[in-house]
Design a protein around this ligand. Structure first.
Ligand SMILES: NC(=O)c1ccc[n+]([C@@H]2O[C@H](COP(=O)([O-])OP(=O)(O)OC[C@H]3O[C@@H](n4cnc5c(N)ncnc54)[C@H](OP(=O)(O)O)[C@@H]3O)[C@@H](O)[C@H]2O)c1
Length: 250
């Protein structure tokens, strides 16, 4: 039996790569109609070639930081074209790895745009009662283990993700009476292009220090996607307002 019905429309951001890509493919395989968003148009369209049911996957390219204030209207437009949303997995993100000695509001603002403002503005759009299916609808934000315990160099990124988790928890409380659930996942190192960026920025030493701390190995995108699908599904109907660490035993 499928986890979702074909009429269940799920928006997945960051669907062009890594965790978002795996989540979009798994939601589609689990029976949902998926709106796959990202900036890389070619990568988004390529999803149709590998997903389980291409007729239930739609590419919606967008730079989520181009106009943060328009994100609720964007969600409303998606609802008009695809129907009310049953779920949203907000996976888009970017990482910054630089010491606090180099903290500036300008860099922090960039991190907050994609790691905090964009997800919470999209969450605001999703939670508008005109745009979601009501009781049973669910949101998952991908935060980061750095929001709970940043490594040196992760202060800006971790602060932006920590702000996301607090906003998400509050959104969960505000939506609970309407039966809409909101949760975060905070992964440790997951083998995606973002992790490659991190290693490039922090050096091979960083990877060598981290590897022994992960008794179950580094994560794969599908490890996060499996939890995202669970949190979006009715199997998690009693779970809201949480930030679930997913760190391979670290
Ligand atoms: N990988 C890890 O170790 C790790 C650990 C903890 C948390 N996370 C979090 O997990 C999430 C997914 O990361 P990932 O590892 O899968 O990274 P990834 O492979 O680099 O994918 C990042 C995704 O975010 C999208 N994106 C970035 N900026 C965007 C913008 N301004 N507008 C629209 N889309 C944008 C990218 O779109 P385009 O490629 O189309 O530009 C891409 O689809 C992120 O929120 C990240 O912070 C990752």
């Amino acid at each position: 039996m499928n986890t979702f019905q074909a009429g269940d429309v799920i928006l997945v951001t960051g669907a062009s790569s890594g965790i978002g890509r795996a989540t979009a493919l798994l939601c589609n395989q689990a029976g949902a109609t998926v709106i796959a968003s990202g900036r890389d148009v070619v990568a988004l369209h390529a999803l149709s070639d590998i997903c389980a049911v291409p007729e239930r996957l739609y590419a919606e390219p967008r730079d989520l930081c181009a106009d943060l204030n328009s994100l609720p209207a964007w969600i409303q437009d998606l609802r008009r074209r695809y129907g009310k949303l049953r779920g949203m997995a907000f996976c888009a993100g970017q990482t910054w790895n630089l010491p606090m000695a180099l903290y500036t509001p300008e860099v922090a603002n960039q991190a907050f745009d994609i790691c905090c403002h964009a997800p919470l503005m999209a969450g605001r759009g999703f939670c508008d009662r005109r745009n979601n299916t009501g009781r049973g609808a669910a949101v998952v934000f991908i935060a980061a283990a750095a929001a709970l315990d940043p490594n040196p160099g992760q202060g800006i990124y971790g602060a932006a993700k920590a702000a996301l988790t607090v906003g998400a928890r509050c959104l969960a409380k505000e939506m609970a009476m309407r039966g809409i659930r909101v949760n975060c996942i905070s992964p440790g190192l997951v083998q995606t292009p973002m992790m490659e960026d991190t290693v490039r920025q922090l050096g091979q030493d960083f990877l060598e220090r981290e590897a022994p701390l992960y008794p179950l190995g580094f994560g794969q995108p599908d490890d996060v996607a499996q939890l995202a699908v669970f949190l979006l599904s009715d199997a998690a109907r009693w779970l809201s307002g949480q930030n679930v660490p997913l760190t391979g035993g670290r």
